[in-house]
Design a protein around this ligand. Structure first.
Ligand code: FPP
Length: 252
């Protein structure tokens, strides 16, 4: 599988106009509907999240098989802290479980794992595990699996702006050097291409503070399927829909 090109310029904007969409380079997924999947089966919500992890496992392989370079999964948002403590605990436990059980196989499959989001307030053992996943797979050149964990796009943009403000205050750069490029360079996704396609499952149609900056020219596909039921057929429907979109990136 080809490695990701190293700059945004190689990937977005005018370069893609008129080429037809083909397979998206970067797909981001809002994995919604675990709770409803469980409730509709009279199961506790945790069962829905567990089933959601199984879908994650299958989808990582399905995306890699289709030659998609980057897959970003919205696993836990900064707003998810308002959920009951027991559910938060279970979501953390499931992420730990996923990394512990799948890291070796993902590494063997040449998958590179990256984590985006705030790291400051994570439990030290979870943080260590996430960092181990990143460092173990940092040399891999296959699918980039980006896990958005404790992630909020507004917070990410504010963090980047704060870094620039600090540099301006220190006299390192001038206010004129606060640009689209310098702000983008401070985002968690700095060396990743913008998502071409954002899929949200469960029928909800909103972005929920996910990749707000990076989604400027993304195509959106909203599917009525709940995340635990998302499968290769649903993925192919989304990819077919994407392939037919006319992307103009603000041009004509
Ligand atoms: C949305 O469903 C889903 C989440 C908030 C968490 C998604 C997490 C996983 C699939 C598991 C951990 C992730 C990885 C990468 C191993 P919801 O609970 O909002 O569903 P509802 O809207 O039906 O209540």
């Amino acid at each position: 599988m080809p490695a990701l090109p190293s700059t945004h310029n190689e990937l977005d904007g005018a370069a893609q106009i008129g080429r037809g969409n083909g397979v998206p380079r970067h797909v981001a997924v809002i994995m919604d509907g675990n709770g409803r999947w469980a409730t509709s089966r009279s199961l506790p919500r945790l069962a829905g999240h567990k089933a959601g992890v199984e879908t994650v496992r299958q989808m990582v392989r399905a995306f890699a098989k289709r030659g998609i370079s980057a897959l970003t999964l919205f696993a836990f948002s900064t707003e998810n802290w308002t959920r009951p403590e027991s559910e938060i605990f279970e979501l953390m436990r499931l992420l730990r479980f996923f990394i512990r059980s799948d890291l070796a196989e993902l590494h063997a499959s040449n998958v590179r794992i990256r984590i985006i989001g705030e790291r400051d307030n994570l439990q030290p053992d979870l943080l260590a595990l996430l960092e181990e996943a990143e460092s173990t797979t940092s040399g891999n050149t296959g699918l980039n699996l980006v896990v958005a964990f404790n992630y909020g796009a507004r917070q990410e943009i504010a963090r980047s702006a704060r870094k620039l403000a600090e540099r301006v205050a220190a006299g390192e750069i001038s206010p004129a050097e606060v640009t689209v490029e310098s702000l983008e360079a401070g985002l968690d996704t700095a060396d990743l291409p913008d998502p071409d396609l954002i899929i949200r499952t469960s029928g909800e149609q909103r972005i929920s503070n996910f990749l707000l900056w990076q989604a400027a020219y993304a195509e959106f596909v909203f599917l009525p399927v709940l995340w635990p039921d998302f499968d290769e057929a649903a993925l192919d429907l989304a990819l077919q829909d994407f392939a037919q979109r006319k992307r103009r990136f603000g041009g004509l």
